[in-house]
Design a protein around this ligand. Structure first.
Ligand code: ZN
Length: 276
């Protein structure tokens, strides 16, 4: 799942390539919008909202896209080869005289009136990289359901928008709690650090090609993707387990020594079942 900083970079790429220019080509390869033709319209710009992208056109029209797990927006010069994937994975093409933006594997692609964008993004909590950022509100949202596991609360874009699976694991490590600790059990002083810490991580990585949370020269991440290698702080083997609501399980990494709190619940098949 892309993190907010990835989406921010995609938005900037699109904005730099298209903003202020008229389209000479548009192509939407989803049945619902196959006949939409934006040729001649000027692109006003692209703005990220959490992990959503809003590309606005003159005439009050917005293209709403979301990268989900696999999607990507690529930008090519006029004589450049398109290398983002096979042609059947292309969902959208926006071309100006000198740049072509190609949307691959976009799981969400819809048109909205610009005045009605809130329909698509109004549910999002404060945006870690957005002008509406409000750390008090983000903290209150995170703590609103005290029994909820910390990792799930961090990933819920209604609480705060922009954290994906990588930052979820890294933030839990940095705060010293396992992703399964109920948020209400976090000491208040540590909980209060979460929104600011998340914002600093995303801002620090906004312009970097490689995501880094450690500040170390040879290691980019503390725990994500590192199981079963030793923890950078205490040398205990990093562990990995799925966390999610059952429908969307995500690999989650943690150090069982540096992070306090419960580990994952045993998988359902190994739970004691009552028969009658
Ligand atoms: Zn450790």
């Amino acid at each position: 799942m892309p993190e907010g900083d990835t989406v921010w970079q995609a938005a900037r790429r699109l904005h730099d390539a298209l903003a202020g220019k008229a389209l000479i080509r548009s192509d939407f390869r989803v049945p619902r919008y196959a006949t939409v033709d934006l040729t001649g319209r000027t692109v006003l710009g692209t703005t990220p909202r959490g992990k959503h992208l809003l590309t606005r056109f003159e005439g009050g029209l917005t293209l709403h896209t979301h990268l989900r797990m696999e999607g990507a927006w690529k930008v090519y010069g006029s004589d450049e080869r398109w290398r983002g994937g096979p042609a059947h994975q292309i969902r959208a093409i926006l071309g100006t005289a000198d740049r072509t933006a190609v949307g691959y594997r976009l799981q969400v692609l819809e048109f909205l009136r610009t005045g009605e964008e809130e329909r698509a993004v109004g549910h999002l909590g404060p945006d870690l990289l957005g002008p509406d950022w409000n750390s008090d509100r983000a903290l209150a949202n995170l703590l609103a359901d005290p029994a909820r596991p910390l990792g799930e609360a961090l990933l819920d874009q209604r609480n705060l928008a922009g954290i994906g699976n990588i930052y979820k694991s890294e933030l839990c490590f940095l705060i010293g709690a396992t992703p399964w600790l109920p948020v209400g059990a976090l000491p208040a002083d540590r909980a209060a650090q979460l929104p600011g810490l998340a914002k600093r991580l995303l801002e620090a990585n906004r312009d970097r090609p490689v995501r880094r949370t450690t500040g170390l020269r040879n290691q980019d991440l503390f725990v994500y993707g590192r199981a079963p290698r030793p923890c950078l702080r205490c040398h205990t083997p990093i562990r990995v387990a799925d966390q999610g609501d059952g429908s969307r399980e995500r690999p989650t990494y943690w150090c069982p020594a540096c992070q306090t709190g419960p580990g994952p619940a045993p998988p359902p098949s190994r739970r004691t079942r009552t028969t009658n």
